[in-house]
Design a protein around this ligand. Structure first.
Ligand code: ATP
Ligand code: MG
Length: 370
């Protein structure tokens, strides 16, 4: 797409350090591919609370709404001593963005680099060829189901009426299932063309509905192969035959658990990107928020030690899913792979024989490779 506007929200802790490197990579993409992006940056989290009295101001929020995609760093939590009940909290920035933009699909690609198989808990022969994308439903399911219909809903534990019982409701509508499943099939069509839909249809009626919707959406994509898999089977196959998966789509809670399991195939949280897709269409795809999987890591902030690869690969996802720039995204991913293959590592993924570099040098090397 032309004239894309990208909003950068660096946030707290290592957020500014890693998003600075992702921004350099986006600038390098402009240069190499002859693109121009309008890039803005605003405060969120602790600094925004200090400067503007709120974790994300209305103006910042409005500018996000005008952009094609958001590149997010991380927001921290207040030090225990500074927490006041009712006062603004940094996490509210992300909550507000999630809520108001209605992000319904969370994407997490898992592709361990061959040169880093040593960092994984699996053996190289099991990992070979592993390259999958998780699509987790993010807006419904057990996390939100049916709360208001419970009479006199207590604020913390939802009771059945007896206070020796608690209840959660796993509610899905067809429309909620359909939009996330459709996103998964579209992503698979641009990859190896296979969808694994994960459910518990032998037990849960929401899963029976889920299967029915998947079967229907699949008919719109005859070129994409698909299968249904029970969540317990999927948990086993992820560590036995991870290379068999291409795109995995599943409901909220199963996705929460399975993405954490799958992330361990790569061995490091600092390497992993994520995307949250919203309902609004952009010229090149869908509006989205892109962020590394890791948090603000206050223990290493300000030391030029944080691994910027999760943030850089998040920028690649942004190019692909919100801007429709698949070739550019692939070039960024290939540049990261080249630097890792050449043996450069930040300290979190350091192995013997590798060359340890800081946040900035890692970013510079990716830009050079590009
Ligand atoms: P938050 O409260 O923002 O979630 P956290 O410390 O609870 O912060 P993470 O930021 O995810 O959670 O950090 C977990 C651990 O992983 C920390 O020890 C941190 O130093 C390390 N870590 C996280 N991100 C990176 C990174 N990009 N590079 C290197 N180490 C990282
Ligand atoms: Mg954390």
């Amino acid at each position: 797409m032309t004239n894309a506007t990208i909003m950068i929200l660096p946030g707290d802790g290592v957020g500014p350090e890693v998003t600075a490197q992702a921004l350099n990579v986006l600038r390098a993409v402009e240069e190499r591919f002859g693109r121009t992006f309008t890039i803005r940056s605003r405060l969120v989290g602790l600094d925004a609370i200090e400067a503007e009295g709120t974790a994300i101001s209305d103006d910042t929020f409005e500018e996000c709404a005008q952009s094609d995609a958001i590149l997010f760093g991380a927001v921290g939590s207040l030090p225990a001593g500074e927490r006041r009940s009712g006062g603004p909290r940094p996490e509210q920035a992300l909550f507000r963005l999630r809520k108001e933009f209605g992000f319904f699909a969370n994407l997490r690609p898992i592709r361990p680099s061959e040169s880093m198989y040593g960092a994984s808990s699996l053996k190289p022969e099991h990992l070979k060829g592993t390259d999958m994308v998780f699509v987790r439903e993010l807006s419904a399911g057990l996390y939100y189901g049916h709360m208001e219909s419970i009479p006199g809903k207590p604020s913390e534990i939802r009771h059945t009426g007896r206070d020796t019982e608690a209840v959660d409701t796993l509610l899905y509508t067809e429309a909620e299932i359909e939009r996330v499943v459709r996103a998964a099939f579209e992503i698979a069509a641009g990859r190896r063309g296979k969808v694994t839909s994960v459910d518990k249809a032998n037990v849960l009626s929401s899963s029976v509905l889920w299967r029915r919707v998947v079967d229907r959406v699949a008919r719109e994509h005859p070129a994409v192969a698909y299968e249904h898999m029970l969540v317990d089977t999927c948990a086993m196959r992820l560590v036995r035959t991870p290379a068999d998966f291409d795109v995995v789509v599943t409901e909220n809670l199963f996705g929460d658990i399975l993405t954490d399991e799958a992330s361990m195939l790569t061995g490091s949280i600092g390497m992993l990107p994520s995307a949250s897709l919203g309902v609004r269409r952009t010229q090149g795809g869908m509006f989205g928020l892109y962020e590394p999987v890791h948090g603000s890591a206050p223990d290493i902030a300000g030391r030029n030690e944080a691994n910027p690869i999760g943030a850089i690969l998040s920028a690649a996802l942004l190019l692909r899913h919100s801007l429709g720039l698949g070739k550019e995204a692939g070039a960024v991913e290939e540049a990261v792979e080249e630097v890792v293959r050449a043996g450069y590592r930040t300290v979190d993924v350091h192995e013997s024989g590798a060359t340890v570099v800081g946040t900035q040098e890692m970013g510079r090397r990716v830009v050079d490779a590009l």
